[in-house]
Design a protein around this ligand. Sequence first.
Ligand code: ZN
Length: 451
Amino acid sequence: MTELFDLYIANGLVVADGKITRANIGIRGEQIAALTTDAEQPTARRVLDAQGKYILPGVIDAHTHPIYMDDKYDTSVSAAFGGVTTLIHYAYVKPDEKIISICETFRDDGIQNSILDFGMHAGLFDVANQIADVPAAFALGVTSFKVFMTYAKLKWMTDDYWMAALMDTVAQARGLVNVHCENGVVTDYLEDKYKRAGLDSKKMFTAMRPARLEAEATNRAISIAQVMGCAVYIVHNSAAENLEPLRRARQNGWRVVGETCPQYLTLTDETTQTLGAPAKIGPPLRYARDNAALWQGLREGILTTIGSDHAPKAKNTRDDFFDAAYGAPQIETMLPICYHVGVNQGNLALPQLVAALSETPAKTYGLYPRKGAIRIGSDADLVIFDPQKTWTITNANQHSKAGFTLYNDKTVTGAVELTMQRGRIVVENGALRAQRGAGQFLKTDTSHFYK
Ligand SMILES: [Zn+2]
């Protein structure tokens, strides 16, 4: 006898489209084939009882760096344990490298190794020599391009001339420019000044990368993008001050997307002072008033996406702070931390959290409603989330090769029970069920910003 569905998730609380509805989900092949409220159970090869559990669209993490301690396989494994089903990685194109060859190699490596579906942004380090190849990247399915306004001394910074040129070119092709907004020349000056004065670099870290200089760069990026007619995505907003330029852009109807990250919503300079080098990230962890303002920004729809900025580096607490690299693992803890601090502590309603983690990233990158939606015909990329389960995040129970988490010993309520991509179970009850290479490459599409 043929079964009606391959998989049937019964009695779950489905969180999608701004609401929570009790429903059953029938999955056939890779897609959602039915959404019902019937009490009667149809035949299915396997039935999962989700009584008391939330069914979320898989998290779409549009901010990942699978080039440090975690490669494309490791990143996707950590992601899956954290309820993430789609990744949009930054493919970094260093000076003397070519956008197309880097992106092709990066894509092929992902197809061979990722357990999850993924797309790519190109991160440009030498816009002057790389801009000619930008139009050709669109044919590859790469439609977003990142530049840094900071890290001048590291030679990662793009100046305003070339940022404007990139925005001009990207706008013609209906793409998106993603910007790390901090005034890199001035933060370098402050770093030199504090170092010359012999001040402790850990103690001075947050003061060296002040909120005002992040807000200044954010305002500048948005303004230049507006002049160039380009859609712009401001990555990892960390400061209360950033809400001012973002709010103005939104009021004017400009094409601006504001992202924040779990670390900026929940951690502060206190973590930097306690953990030292592992907590060195850019922008820095700031203060409780920034955490509160960022939640407010999400509630108001001024910030609309949450990404992880997963960038695990080899660091430990005893390392010299000044010499330590920027970045920390974040992808596996993103959903549980945001759920615990966001929903349980009353900072954000669950449907809004799901919008920021899944629906809006999918819409931004043209993946919706194939991804980021629980609808008939959508990919069955789903998370079964147990809102009752209390557990403790530890360095030991994380899957990142970093070997540490900034949330070590934090107890949270709410846990990922099952992660599914295109109808395949990827993680179930703490066990990995997916194979290397199961993920597919996704072309992004940002042309909707220009309609
Ligand atoms: Zn990043």
